[in-house]
Design a protein around this ligand. Structure first.
Ligand code: UD1
Length: 416
């Protein structure tokens, strides 16, 4: 099994190009089934989750080709309505096929996603909303059997601005008769990207990026070309790499507007950040300041996907910081690994209290989930001695050769 070996203590300096967003490309690849035509997707990151998504598309009859960062999907030949269970298990976010397949075929069978590394991933909001749009959904033996002969637009008030539920509703609503209004919709940039992709292929959606989204159903869709937005979490992770090593990094191909909450917390931690709209320079402090409070929240709040990386940084801060994880229940698995490296962190339910130490020491640690794994690499960059990060398949799910990016900035990291 592959692992990363990191020799800590190198100050990272240089320029990094940020890849396309995983959380954008995955729902958009699922949405390619809707148009029954071709989709050419540019700026796709090369990730294990993207491979899985392509495998799902092939398994239901679509033609898929990838050349570097371009993915081509022809969904005309789609001829199956059952999503293979083993692929759903590999990637919980495959639940976004529910809406996409209902829109295309009026029918889908998919296994229930169940829990995952970061805790239970309920889909009650997805199911309630799709039923309101006219879908009949039977749940039995861990499978969902969904059918919809008459999808009809309606008004949906989400109890929580769930990203996945908002995406599933949008995908069904583009084909439903009449108008759908989603209130308390998720406002993440990836929702805007999905809107832009769907509109380019003929859908009529407006309001993405605000908490009210309106969708007018249409019958005809066309082939489409679309470029995926930059990954705000990869950008944030590289920013922490600069912050934690007292480095000086320039990031290119980013949307600065998407990472304002991360910039704000890194400035509180003592970083200097200079930016225009699409690039940014971040200079790390000699030692980070503690940050009084970080609370993960739906966008535009601080992203749950940056919680672990920020914790790695604060573990060497001057003073005590508090992080509250309000989105997922089980998202502190990196804590026990950071403790092995000498961090001083206590957690009570969804709150972590981080007392900054002057030095982390290299250790043999294990990635328990994607972002937690990234936090261990970051800690390894500053730790004294050698850090060995195991189970890095979690990290490969969401970072396109992170070690290459870090090496180009001067880090001593090897994949073995
Ligand atoms: C979440 C993140 C998203 C991130 C993605 C990948 C938020 C709000 N969402 O999206 O930014 O890109 O993970 O890591 O930060 N929930 C229910 N019932 C449902 C759906 C969700 O109770 O039917 C709850 C979840 O348990 C969770 C919260 O709502 O506590 C947010 O879930 P949701 O936004 O749907 O998660 P993802 O779409 O996975």
């Amino acid at each position: 099994m592959a692992k990363f070996i990191i020799e800590g203590g190198k100050r990272l300096i240089g320029e990094a190009l940020i890849s396309g967003a995983k959380n954008s490309v995955l729902p958009i690849l699922a949405a390619t089934v809707i148009n029954g035509n071709t989709s050419t997707i540019f700026n796709s990151p090369n990730l294990r989750d993207v491979d899985t998504m392509e495998d799902i598309l092939r398994s239901i009859g679509c033609k898929v080709n990838r050349v570097d960062n371009m993915v081509y999907v022809d969904s005309k030949p789609l001829n199956k309505i059952r999503i293979p269970e083993e692929l759903v298990r590999e990637m919980r976010s495959s639940i976004i096929f529910l809406g996409a397949m209902l829109a295309r075929c009026g029918e889908v069978e998919i296994s229930y996603p169940g829990g995952c590394e970061i805790g239970p991933r309920p889909i009650d909001l997805h199911l309630k909303s799709l039923r309101k749009l006219g879908a009949h959904i039977d749940e039995s033996h861990g499978f969902l059997y969904c059918k919809a002969e008459n999808l009809k637009g309606c008004e949906i008030q989400l109890d929580y601005p769930s990203v996945g539920a908002t995406e599933n509703i949008m995908m069904v609503a583009v084909k439903a008769k009449g108008t759908t209004i989603i209130r308390n919709a998720a406002r993440e940039p990836e929702i805007v990207d999905l809107q832009n992709y769907l509109n380019s292929s003929g859908a009529r959606i407006c309001g993405a990026g605000t908490s009210v989204i309106m969708v007018d159903g249409v019958d005809n869709f066309q082939s489409v070309e679309h470029t995926i937005i930059p990954d705000r979490i990869v950008a944030g992770t590289c920013m922490v790499a600069s912050a934690i090593t007292g480095g000086e990094i320039v990031l290119k191909n980013i949307e600065v507007e998407h990472i304002q909450s991360i910039i704000a917390k890194l400035r509180e931690a003592g970083c200097m950040v200079y930016n225009n709209c699409t690039s940014l320079k971040i200079i790390g402090p000699r030692r980070p300041n503690a940050v009084e409070s970080i609370q993960t929240l739906p966008y535009p709040g601080f992203p749950t996907d940056m919680q672990a990386q920020m914790m790695a940084l604060l573990s060497i801060a001057n003073g005590t910081s508090i992080i509250s994880e309000t989105i997922f229940q089980n998202r502190f698995k990196h804590v026990e690994e950071l403790l092995r490296m000498g961090a001083n962190i206590k957690t009570v339910e969804k709150v972590a209290v981080i007392k900054g130490v002057t030095e982390l020491t290299g250790a043999k640690v294990s990635a328990k989930d994607l972002r937690g794994g990234a936090s261990l690499i970051l800690a390894g960059l500053v730790a004294k001695g050698t850090t060995e990060v195991n189970n890095i398949f979690h990290i490969d799910r969401g970072y396109d050769q992170l070690e290459k990016v870090l090496q180009s900035l001067g880090a001593d990291i090897k994949r073995i």
